[in-house]
Ligand binder design. Structure first.
Ligand code: MSP
Length: 513
């Protein structure tokens, strides 16, 4: 039986179109999901949209449309973004889905049964932008008045609501963090959260009565759930809660941005403990993507549509850039120049060129036949060794979510191949020493196949094309370890066709230059 692996992204507010920050999270989660599938895990990968809450209500009102129509139109753009970026989700959840309403009401009922919900009057600060309640002492002074710690406007709210006994979970949460050092990553976010919880927790307002767009609170007419209660529950809906077998629970990884770690690492495990459900194994708060070092915002006019970037540079190029450029967990910056530079240096000129030169040489000069024998040299074994070390480096880094370092390890394998080509000069050997040329080409094909399998989670389409051209059908981690592949394949009647370019060189678009 393959071991389950459940990974999720945050579900995005569809109050506008997706931007590059959303694309970044989806791509990172996708690379991890693909990597775990290669490792032989039975993966469930969920993403989607978070459609309830006051922010959606207000945006719809401002635009003069029905909130349901706004949600379903904008949600479709998020789904299209994922499809366009080759994001291999198993379910794209919408919190308006009927099974999600059922799951949210079930967890609510379980928390009520535990005695953790009570009616009271809420008076305090609320940020609609963050859909979050803040304590007076957390607020900062801004230009137009008080702001949330995220710098968003807050408004005073007073209404009768249901409360969740969050205060009761202070100790259990601290124990959870202590016993599971990997529960919150990276380390800096873990420390932040521990300080916050150690500072004491106040009970949380978990229903609203001033609007009706949300999941109805069972048995309490006029109340809809606080949007984060239902939003977080999406992770359970995806595994069939409350009636299904829940074989994918507890989730292995909730991948989210650094701004929403508190919801995932404090409120969420507290709700789950109350309902008697296991906590997820890990929450990872990645950094923010900045545009030329600046925060993206509508007023600065620097909000970039990920679809435009993918059209300009290609899906694989964009994926490669984002995962390689940003040290996972930290903030990172992007610009057209940076994309072009990185992709040309590492993909087009290094791996792309290596594959293209080798495969077209074989297609042209050997009629596409993979050489079966040839005179071996220690350099051949050394190269394969370096490539295997690169593959292992990628694997262990990806297991630790050190995505950029993983790609860097892979690149060392690519660079080793390029040095080997320069030193062995197979093109020159064609006339002088064809026997040696055969061994060199065979070694390169073996190396290229391994490197292409390794980088598949990052650039699935282009690396997949390399493997298609090589006729390499198996693409999981076991295939990397399959030493006999080359000998078997070369002995078959397989013929390489002339390759079409897989990693084109990028040009800087005119307006960016
Ligand atoms: N709806 C909530 C999440 C609910 S999860 C149960 C939400 N939505 S969001 O649309 O505002 O953000 C979705 C995800 O995108 C979050 O993980 C957020 O951190 C991430 N990002 C939003 N802007 C970002 C960048 N500029 N850069 C990287 N990620 C960013 O929060």
């Amino acid at each position: 039986m393959r071991e389950p692996f459940y990974i999720s992204t945050a579900i995005s507010y569809p109050n506008g179109r997706p931007h590059i920050g959303h694309a970044y999270e989806a791509i990172a989660a996708d690379a991890i999901a693909r990597f775990q599938r290669q490792a032989g895990r039975d993966v469930l990968f969920q993403t989607g949209t978070d459609e309830h809450g006051l922010k959606m209500v207000q945006t719809a009102r401002d635009r003069g449309v029905e909130v349901r129509d706004l949600a379903s139109e904008m949600s479709s753009y998020f789904k299209a973004m994922c499809d366009n970026l080759n994001v291999s989700y198993d379910r794209f959840i919408q919190t308006t889905d009927a099974d999600h309403h059922r799951a949210s009401q079930a967890i609510w009922q379980a928390m009520a049964n535990a005695g953790d919900l009570y009616l009271d009057r809420y008076e305090g600060w609320y940020s609609v932008r963050d859909e979050a309640f803040y304590d007076e002492k957390e607020l900062i002074d801004g230009e137009g008045g008080k702001l949330s710690p995220q710098g968003t406007p807050v408004e005073w709210t007073a209404e009768e609501t249901w409360f969740f006994r969050l205060s009761k979970y202070q100790q259990p949460l601290l124990e959870l963090y202590r016993d599971n050092p990997d529960f919150i990553r990276p380390e800096s976010r873990r420390n932040e959260i521990m300080r916050f919880v150690e500072g004491g927790l106040t009970d949380l307002s978990v229903s609203r009565t001033s609007f009706d767009w949300g999941v109805a609170v069972p048995g309490s007419p006029g109340h809809v759930m606080y949007v984060w209660v239902d939003a977080l529950t999406n992770y359970l809906t995806g595994v069939g809660y409350p009636d299904g077998e829940m074989k994918y629970w507890p989730a292995d990884l909730h991948l989210i941005g650094k701004d929403i770690v508190r919801f995932h690492a404090v409120y969420w495990p507290a709700f789950l403990m109350s309902a008697g459900i296991a906590s997820p194994k890990s929450v990872f708060g990645h950094g923010f993507l900045l545009h030329r070092g600046e925060k993206m915002s509508k007023s600065l006019g620097n909000v970039v549509d990920p679809g435009d970037l993918a059209t300009a540079f290609g899906v694989d190029a964009l994926r490669y850039f984002l995962l390689r450029e940003v040290s996972f967990g930290q903030d990172g910056s992007y610009s057209a120049e940076a994309i072009v530079m990185r992709v040309n240096a590492e993909l087009a000129n290094s791996f792309g060129n290596l594959a293209q030169r080798t495969l077209s040489f074989i297609a042209k000069n050997l009629d596409g036949e993979l050489p079966v024998d040839g005179r071996r040299d220690v350099a051949d074994g050394q190269l394969i060794e370096e490539v295997i070390v690169a593959a292992a480096g990628f694997k262990s880094a990806f297991e630790d979510l050190m995505l950029s370092q993983g790609i860097e390890a892979w690149l060392r394998g690519v660079f080793a191949c390029n040095q080997y080509i320069d030193a062995q000069a197979p093109w020159a050997l064609r006339k002088t020493d064809p026997d040696r040329m055969n061994a060199v080409l065979g070694t390169l094909v073996r190396a290229i196949r391994i490197l292409a399998i390794v980088i598949l989670p990052v650039v699935p389409e282009a690396a997949g094309k390399v493997l298609d051209q090589l006729g390499a059908a198996e693409r999981d981690h076991a295939a990397v370890d399959d030493d006999d592949w080359y000998a078997r394949h070369a002995a078959s009647d397989f013929r390489l066709a002339a390759p079409s370019p897989m990693f084109p060189r990028l040009e800087l678009p005119a307006e960016a230059a």
